[in-house]
Design a protein around this ligand. Structure first.
Ligand code: MFK
Length: 730
């Protein structure tokens, strides 16, 4: 029901005690008020207000009264806008990318405002230090604290990365202790500058790659088949940066002789997790350059080699490595169906379907195919495979007899174009001897497996860096996470794994550098052959374990995509399958044993024993050295025993055997490192902690009967236990 309009004049007759703001407002609402009428009201209030009436004569009262009215008006406005400010959501209006990664020191300067009891309290931006809000708010009324319940007032400061070189004390100390002084001076400077670039530029580009995955445009607007892989500008920029920084060139220029590989690996290690997966095409580019170099850089490939190892972004090429077909990527010899028909000019035309091809936007690729003889014959098996080189596009930019069927929909590595390709008259060059395809591409596999190790160690380092930073910012149960011993124990265990893996990675880098500068011994060659698959399989698995543990350190935030954390685990998962699964790599360890007639293992035992002697001089390391020596002894005994059982027994123990090699050699390297003259207490602690794992799982599993006669059939029974259909097929 509408209240009858009240003439404003009537108000003048009201006693001052009965006048209130609400009444005035109500009067303003119900009666049409002109400007003059409001002036009349204003005069009435200031003229007849209780306070004024008591204290002032009318002319003077009019002046103070106006002042008083203006004052209260201002207060009302202040309260009104203050409340509005409090309701302003503290959720940054930035893209996911900006919120998480740009705010790692650059953007996301959003304010969370809070109306305190006596003053407006501002929490700081996402990229600034936030004081504990609960202390500030403790005196506030709960209604005010959560006036917008879905937001509240608390914003957790996110973890951040700094210059990855400067933040990695272990890397710095390692390089200082290993590199010749003058090399270290150069390398240190380069890595520090590169680390700054990773922090300020590359990391943001990497995040952009993640948020803008590649797309396939198969047809143009007029129906023409174009098969264009559209990548984001950040991905293209990564290619330029890779050239500018000499991420491949460094290894082939060899300006630091055998130490160039260590330098390159350190740089790739800093690059990998921020690279938006550009680490993948770089791995294959390095592998292709290695294959061409190991072939003596044939005349036909000289230009290609120059492009692959160029520091000029305009000239730099990347390479793919196509090995996987529909029948699978492990059994390459059994699964490769692609055929190569020789053309009159001596080149080849390839026909087949490549099921997974990574970084398909690369400039060139190396791939396997079976040469077809003039009478249409092809040889099956490994001996029928040869290695071919081809360019992706011709001079006009047209695809070289290649149709891109689709881009793969992957769990992780979404930044990276992975495609399924149909080769239909793809013009190529045979670059291996006939039937030596697998042996020739093995050079590429060695390099890409080493890159896999680099990425694995880098992922461990990244998640630890973020988690340890977060532990200083996140509070639970009244104190920061870093003050909770159990949380710190978890991080310390991750750190031990990362350090052991790091030393394995660098050891391989040293051996590779020696091999490439012909400074290696026969023992070094055996160690490189053995340690490459060992480190690849072990670090790949550890990367998944450590990144998974690392995500847990962020609670639910670690599971969120927009934090950028979940992607680390998704991406790390590929490291166990790229370049061979754990089991395939375990079998490769056995292959190296068989091919070398046990010499790789002899090299392993003698190198390990010799390096352990250094650590014996440090009393705090004595027990750990004994543990490793015992493990070596058990491993030797096991090897002798299992070799009598022949192939099946060896296969069953292959994975545990490889794990034993990784744990033992990781222990050897950590102990030796902790025994150097200027080692720190944490170096010693790391070595001790590492050696408390099961150092020889192949021995424990053997004692548990895992390789006994009948173990394999028991495994089958367990896996298919009472299965309604499959059990009957066994
Ligand atoms: C971030 C970094 C990541 C990098 C990104 C790259 C993305 C690209 C993704 C991929 O392309 S994944 C492809 C993954 N596929 C593989 O890694 C292959 C896995 N399968 C194997 O490794 C098999 O064991 C293998 C293909 C090697 C088996 O083939 P065969 O023909 O049955 O092997 P065989 O007959 O034992 O060996 C043939 C020759 O190669 C022998 O030489 P000889 O003829 O002189 O005796 C072997 O000694 C030699 N060979 C095999 N593996 C070797 C090797 N030589 C040196 N090192 C090795 N690892």
């Amino acid at each position: 029901m509408q209240t009858p309009a009240m003439p404003l004049g009537q108000l003048a007759s009201w006693p001052a005690e009965e006048l209130s703001l609400s009444k005035l407002v109500s009067a303003r609402r119900i009666a049409p008020v002109s400007a003059s009428a409001f002036t009349e009201l204003f005069n009435h209030v200031v003229g007849r207000g209780r306070w004024l009436k008591a204290k002032q004569t009318r002319p003077l009262g009019s002046f103070f009264g106006r002042f008083w009215f203006a004052f209260w008006l201002l207060v009302c406005l202040f309260i009104y806008f203050g409340k509005l400010a409090m309701w302003t959501p503290c959720k940054p209006k930035l893209s996911n990318c900006e919120v998480w990664w740009q705010s790692l020191g650059q953007a996301g300067n959003q304010k969370c405002k809070h109306w305190g009891k006596r003053r407006i309290a501002f929490s700081k931006g996402w990229n600034q230090q936030v004081e504990p809000m609960d202390q500030k708010c403790s005196s506030q009324h709960p209604r005010e604290l959560f006036a917008r319940k879905e937001i509240g007032v608390f914003c957790q400061e996110q973890p951040r990365i700094g210059n990855p070189y400067l933040e990695d004390a272990f890397l710095q100390d390692y390089l200082k202790s290993q590199l010749p002084t003058e090399v270290f001076a150069d390398v240190r400077l380069d890595l520090e500058q590169f680390g700054a670039r990773v922090k300020d530029e590359i990391d943001l580009l990497g995040r952009e790659c993640e948020l803008n995955p590649p797309q396939l445009k198969q047809f143009d607007a007029w129906g023409r088949r174009v098969d264009e892989i559209i990548t984001c500008p950040a991905w293209k920029r990564m290619k330029e940066i890779s050239a500018e920084e000499g991420l491949i060139a460094e290894a082939y220029e060899r300006r630091y002789s055998n130490w160039s590989r260590v330098h390159q690996i350190a740089k790739l290690y800093l690059f990998a997790t921020s690279s938006g997966l550009f680490s993948c095409p770089l791995a294959m580019t390095d592998g292709a350059a290695k294959v061409i170099e190991s072939l003596g850089i044939p005349k036909a490939l000289k230009e290609v080699f120059i492009h692959l190892t160029s520091r000029d972004p305009a000239k730099f090429w990347t390479s793919g490595q196509w090995m996987t077909e529909r029948r699978g990527g492990s059994d390459v010899a059994g699964g490769t169906e692609t055929v190569a028909l020789e053309l009159p000019d001596g080149s080849y035309s390839l026909h087949g379907l490549k099921w997974f091809t990574s970084a398909t936007d690369s400039d060139i690729t190396l791939t396997l195919a079976r040469s077809m003889t003039a009478d249409g014959q092809i040889q099956q098996g490994s001996k029928g495979l040869s290695l071919f080189y081809l360019k992706m596009r011709d001079e006009e930019g047209k695809l070289n007899g290649i149709e891109i069927q689709r881009l793969k929909d992957k769990l992780g590595t979404r930044q990276l174009p992975t495609a399924e390709l149909l080769l239909n008259e793809a013009k190529s060059l045979k670059i291996s001897a006939e039937g030596r395809g697998v042996a020739s591409i093995a050079n590429m596999l060695t390099i890409t497996r080493i890159h896999n190790v680099i990425c694995a160690v880098a992922y461990m380092r990244r998640v630890i860096t973020l988690a340890r930073d977060y532990a200083t910012k996140r509070e639970a149960f009244g104190k920061p996470l870093k003050a909770h011993p159990l949380h710190m124990q978890t991080l310390a265990r991750m750190e031990v794994q990362a350090r052991g893996a790091f030393l394995l990675m660098m050891e391989i880098g040293k051996l590779l550098g020696l091999e490439e500068t012909k400074k290696d011994t026969e023992q070094d060659q055996h160690m490189l052959r053995l340690l490459t698959p060992v480190a690849k399989l072990y670090t790949g698995k550890q990367a998944v374990a450590v990144t998974s543990e690392g995500l847990e350190c962020f609670g639910g935030q670690g599971y969120m995509e927009d934090t950028g954390l979940a992607g680390i685990l998704r991406d790390a998962q590929v490291l166990t399958i790229w370049e061979g699964t754990t089991n395939i790599l375990s079998l490769d360890v056995l292959r190296s044993l068989v091919k070398s007639q046990g010499k790789v293992l002899d090299a392993f035992f003698s190198t390990a024993q010799a390096r352990l002697k250094v650590a014996l001089s440090v009393s705090e390391l004595e027990i750990s050295v004994q543990i490793v020596q015992n493990a070596l002894h058990k491993l030797r005994q096991f090897t002798q025993k299992i070799s009598l059982k022949g192939e099946p027994g060896m296969q069953l123990s292959a994975r545990d055997f490889a794990y034993a090699l990784a744990r033992i050699y990781g222990g050897v390297l950590l102990l030796e490192y902790a025994a150097r003259p200027n080692a720190s207490a944490t170096d010693i602690y790391t070595a001790q902690r590492w050696c408390h794992q099961d150092m020889c799982p192949v021995d424990s599993e053997d004692k548990a009967g895992s390789y006994s006669t009948g173990a394999a059939s028991l495994d089958i029974s367990l896996v298919y236990d009472k299965h309604p259909v499959l059990k009957g097929r066994l």
